[in-house]
Design a protein around this ligand. Structure first.
Ligand SMILES: [Zn+2]
Length: 458
């Protein structure tokens, strides 16, 4: 991977990025013209007044660009990128049982890797530098290998599915095997690539996991501090089935198994009961808002204002391409803002608060707020430079309004992760896009053929 520099050669004292307007997302939410000194270790050494001389540093010209912290998506499914468009017009449980689970079960390591590469290409090109991923049940090493080679900051793990209605044999596992595989993968990958790769326990949701599996990951996470990533209360029928089975609401059920607290990330949380929001605020449990997915699967609208007013940390994610059809954090930000206005009135959750979802709040959810989520000395140089030279960028007012409501993935010019430039002038440096798309296409045909799915059917 290339180290950042405009000429391809870093200085002995790193690189200075000059000329940009920087949205720091620091405590004071400082926005202004700043230069950024990036050390050879990939960390931000200092945020400088423009023109400050730095001896021995290469210079990177970012004149006219806006630099923001690398965006964080705290809920994605890289294993589903190949399945875009293959499970349309179904509510959640049918969407899973009729198509997505069988498709996931038809992956082999090569098709899974092709799916991950395709997803990461879209993510990096759009300025997402960190993800929390839910893997599928098998072949999880392929996901980590892809993340390692492409340069994205990746936290994820194998999905646990040791019970549940209509879980295909290709995915169902015993509890002990699921947990043993999780242990093996955590040992192998957690902390790899200089800490850029991290393991997360991923019990898929209450309906696919035994209490033993849920308690098993809770106990592990308590011991080793690794993140737990699961789905909860996405749709009313899912919540109702959990309540019928356990005699208490979904999020409360997870809590009773020990899945709660600052190491727990719940995707969706569209249908929490009032006391569950209080529990989450008390425990420090995170929730991830997935606007496109929630709208497309007809799940509902997250009570964003209630979560925020209660002090629950809310992050953002595009979910999988099989439900949202894209992995673009900018679209998710815009939709989050629009939905908040619809639900609570314009400005009640303002653009700055919405932008936090994909930056500092996302970093918090991943347990990485000391490392990413803002542009400050000592943090990793995970940065995104976007153009101001587009019709949609022309206008006045708040920079946050521009970022949330008027920025597109195609406005992203440069992206760095840990100081390595992974997108330069709108092109990937770690993947060949044409090859990535061709491999994904071939892999999609292989997986579909295994299930007899006609890819050309409308
Ligand atoms: Zn999901």
């Amino acid at each position: 991977m290339d180290t950042i520099t405009s000429k391809g050669t870093p200085g002995p004292n790193g690189t200075v990025i000059r000329g940009a307007r920087v949205v720091t997302m620091d405590r004071d939410r400082t926005v202004g013209n700043r230069d950024l000194h990036i050390g050879t270790d990939g960390r931000i050494r200092s945020v400088l007044e423009p023109g400050t001389p730095i001896d021995g540093a290469a210079e990177f010209d970012a004149s006219g660009l806006i630099i923001v912290p690398g965006l964080v998506q705290a809920h994605v499914h890289l294993c589903q990128t190949l399945f875009r468009g293959l499970s349309e017009a179904r509510p959640l449980l049918r969407w899973l049982r009729e198509r997505i689970w069988p498709l996931e079960g038809a992956h082999d390591p090569e098709t899974l890797r092709a799916s991950a590469n395709l997803g990461i290409a879209e993510l990096l090109l759009g300025g997402t530098t960190s993800v929390l991923d839910m893997g599928t049940v098998h072949h999880t090493d392929a996901l980590f290998q892809s993340a390692k080679e492409t340069g994205i900051r990746y936290t994820g793990g194998k999905a646990l599915m040791d019970t549940g209605e209509d879980v295909p044999a290709s995915l169902a596992e015993t509890t002990s095997h699921s947990l043993a595989q999780s242990d093996r993968l955590a040992d192998r990958w957690h902390g790899d690539a200089g800490g850029r790769l991290r393991y997360a326990y991923c019990p898929r949701f209450v309906l696919s996991c035994t209490p033993e599996a849920l308690r098993g990951v809770a106990e592990r996470s308590r011991r080793n501090g690794m993140v737990i990533h699961t789905h909860a209360s996405e749709q009313p029928d899912e919540a109702a089935i959990v309540r019928a089975a356990y005699g208490q609401p979904n999020i409360a059920t997870l809590r009773s198994m020990g899945i709660q607290g600052p190491g727990t990330v719940l995707a969706h949380g569209v249908w929490p009961e009032a006391e569950e929001i209080t529990m989450m605020a008390t425990d420090g449990t995170h929730v991830v808002h997935c606007p496109s997915s929630n709208m497309k699967l007809g799940s509902g609208v997250i009570p964003l204002r209630a979560y925020r007013d209660s002090g629950v940390n809310v992050a953002l994610g595009a979910d999988g391409a099989a439900c949202s059809n894209h992995l673009d954090a900018w679209q998710e930000l815009r939709l989050a803002g629009l939905l908040a206005s619809m639900a609570s009135g314009p400005g009640v959750v303002d653009a700055t608060a919405i932008f936090e979802l994909a930056t500092i709040a996302g970093a918090r959810a991943l347990g990485l707020s000391d490392r990413i989520g803002s542009i400050e000395a000592g943090k990793a140089a995970d940065l995104v430079a976007i153009t101001s030279d587009a019709p949609v960028a022309s206008g006045g007012g708040s920079t946050y309004t521009r970022l949330v409501y008027g920025t597109r993935a195609t406005d992203v010019r440069h992206v760095w992760v840990d100081g390595h430039q992974v997108v330069r002038d709108g092109a990937l440096t770690t993947l060949d896009l044409k090859d990535t798309m061709a491999s994904a296409d071939a892999a999609r045909h292989q997986v579909a053929a295994r299930l007899g799915i006609d890819l050309d059917a409308d």
